[in-house]
Design a binder for this molecule. Sequence first.
Ligand SMILES: Cc1cc2nc3c(=O)[nH]c(=O)nc-3n(C[C@H](O)[C@H](O)[C@H](O)COP(=O)(O)OP(=O)(O)OC[C@H]3O[C@@H](n4cnc5c(N)ncnc54)[C@H](O)[C@@H]3O)c2cc1C
Length: 362
Amino acid sequence: MTDAVIVGAGIVGAACADALADEGLSVTVVDSGIPGGGTTAGGMGHLTVMDDSEAQFALTRYSVDLWRSMDLPPRAEFLPCGTLWVAADDEEMAEVRRKQAFLSSRVVASEVLDSRALAEAEPNLRRGLAGALFVPCDAILYQPLTTRHLLRRAKFVSGEAIRLRDDGVDLRDGSRLSAAVTVNAAGVGAPKLTAGLDIQPRKGHLLITDRYPGFVRHALVELGYLKNAHASRADSVAFNVQPRVTGQVLIGSSRQLGATSPDIEPRMLGWMLQRAASYLPDAPRLNGIRTWTGLRPCTPDNLPYIGLVPGTRSTYVAAGHEGLGITSATGTAKLIASLATGRKPPIPVEPYALSREMVEHV
Ligand SMILES: Cc1cc2nc3c(=O)[nH]c(=O)nc-3n(C[C@H](O)[C@H](O)[C@H](O)COP(=O)(O)OP(=O)(O)OC[C@H]3O[C@@H](n4cnc5c(N)ncnc54)[C@H](O)[C@@H]3O)c2cc1C
């Protein structure tokens, strides 16, 4: 018997384990795969304050602050490089200014770069871009090993959960992990354990290159990304490139709602790389050494489910973080820990409550 059992050893479950251990609880984490081997392994490690909605801003800002305050080991490869939101034209520069106004009114520092300043900041970007918004608090980390770090105080059990209860988790092999608190952090697998959660996979492709230190210096994201990322149900790609501590360049990304096969699709990969090359003309010269896909756990309103399962006493969900689960794992975990220990949540939790959808415990 432990105090808490968490289903899912992705970054979200691992962060919950860490936060519950901070509260003095003993924690067991159960996963049917390897820790950090689900969507977490398939993602990018961009920690970014986002502003699609007030609720998304609140969670990502709080979470980025938490990441920055943590004492992460070198293997987490934390890189406080900031984000450059790249504007291609005047319309996107208007978005730069809107975003800056939004952030500055909420005391998040940012800086508008004109075309020349952007070229100086990132010499490998194509000439003639309109400018960018620099958000210095954003960062990058290597999420698979960060996940391992966050799990260091938990007991790990290999197994498939088939049912969550207030007093523990039933596993496929017939055994039960008893606990006073249970957490469903099973990512795209969460709806199998909590009926009514509307989480659909949204597939993404990525490619990583050999080492080219300094080729890019910041997390680079096109502002068109915002148009593509959340609004559309159609397949899309966007320029989204990150430097890594190793000197490698991580190139993304694509979005396909409802695609479930992990196969690499040459059409999507080629489209994504063309998009990257349209911003970084020398990108095609880089030696790509590995490509892979991941399934983002996507919800209809782009907000995760964080909270108590209605009708239960101590069964929680922390799932559905779509393309922001690395960023918002830390804030999610603090919310779960405060709910589980009966303390006031550090930020309002209502926007993420399961009760915003009709959910039913199974
Ligand atoms: C291409 C791509 C790029 C991305 N880039 C970023 C980024 O830059 N920044 C960012 O913040 N986010 C990013 N994301 C999103 C981020 O990767 C995800 O939101 C995050 O990894 C979700 O973590 P999770 O712990 O909820 O899920 P997972 O990592 O999938 O973990 C869930 C775990 O639960 C286990 N599981 C499921 N069902 C069961 C069961 N019944 N019994 C036992 N175990 C079970 C699985 O094996 C898995 O290990 C990206 C995602 C993709 C695909």
